[in-house]
Design a protein around this ligand. Structure first.
Ligand SMILES: Nc1ncnc2c1ncn2[C@@H]1O[C@H](COP(=O)(O)OP(=O)(O)OP(=O)(O)O)[C@@H](O)[C@H]1O
Ligand SMILES: Cc1ncc(COP(=O)(O)O)c(N)n1
Length: 270
């Protein structure tokens, strides 16, 4: 099976294209990539960004879809309105599941999505998203509201679905509490939460990239969306529980942990 990631390169290897390809590999999927930007980055932060020309992003996508039977794709850092336009136009023509991880700001605070690109993301990318996986700050920006309670989470998810995203995973990594709880809103109206113990660690660089790549790998393998989302939560939990101890800042998660450790994900249907 073949999956595609459309995202930025993280020279430090913990997030972006590198995290996505490692996750695809671990989950038994052949990974292809269209790179939207280069970042000079490590676990301490982003030093510099060089965006790709939108036409070159289009050229990469054309080369991939011309030759490969890609069965699922994901987006990560897209940086500019023009790159989002290219990606949305391409994905509109491809009838495969698309996971949109609406990456905006890196852990260290660097801007990975230009301010003026938020509107483009809402207008052209969310309508082609099979599933969108915002963290709380991203959901606040896209839904245009503050999120503090569970009912805010539900209202924000409804707003993103109204913009065209078919299914939503609201990630709870940025909330407080003893557990890391994600809430999933599916197209058929069903809602469920996924709960794992919150791990007290600094090694959470690229958690969102890894999680969305794992969902994409599951979809590429032909799993049902719900099954792919729950399996992705198991994957990211294993990757956080067993950090690698690399770098001096927010270290990368451990993409090799999944097949070696068994983590429980508690699923609660609302
Ligand atoms: N400390 C933690 N312990 C357990 N699970 C966590 C922790 N932090 C995040 N997660 C889980 O990791 C996944 C990614 O969530 P998160 O909210 O961190 O995404 P993100 O902010 O987009 O990540 P990033 O920007 O680092 O790529 C979610 O399933 C979330 O519940
Ligand atoms: C190329 C790229 N894509 C995504 C992230 C987000 O990951 P994080 O929020 O953990 O910094 C990143 N830092 N770099």
């Amino acid at each position: 099976m073949i999956a595609l990631t459309i995202a930025g390169s993280d020279s430090g290897g913990g997030a972006g294209i590198q995290a996505d390809l490692k996750t695809f590999q671990e989950l038994g999927v052949f990974g292809t990539s269209a790179i939207t930007a280069l970042t000079a980055q490590n676990t301490l932060g982003v030093h510099d960004i060089m965006a790709a020309e939108p036409a070159f992003v289009a050229a990469q996508l054309h080369a991939l879809f011309e030759d490969f039977e890609i069965t699922a794709a994901k987006t990560g850092m897209l940086f500019s309105p023009a790159i989002i336009d290219v990606v949305a136009a391409t994905m509109q023509q491809q009838h495969i599941p698309l996971v949109v991880d609406p990456v905006m700001i890196a852990k260290g605070g660097a801007t990975l999505l230009a301010q003026q690109a938020v509107q483009t993301m809402k207008e052209v990318l969310l309508p082609v998203a099979t599933v969108c996986t915002p963290n709380i700050p991203e959901a606040e920006v896209l839904a245009g509201m503050t999120i503090t309670t569970a009912s805010d989470v539900a209202q924000a998810a409804q707003r993103l679905m109204a913009l065209g995203a078919k299914n939503i995973v609201m990630k709870g990594g940025h909330l407080s509490g003893v557990d890391a709880v994600d809430t999933v809103f599916l197209e058929d109206g069903s809602v469920f939460t996924m709960t794992t113990p919150r791990i007290d660690t600094k090694a959470t660089h690229g958690t969102g990239c890894t999680f969305s790549a794992a969902i994409t790998a599951g979809l590429a393998n032909g799993q049902e969306l719900k099954e792919a989302i729950i399996e992705a939560k198991r994957f990211i939990q294993a990757a956080i529980v067993h950090p690698l101890g690399i770098g001096h800042g927010h270290g990368p998660t451990n993409h090799f942990a999944y097949n070696r450790y068994d983590c429980e994900v508690f699923v609660d249907e609302a």
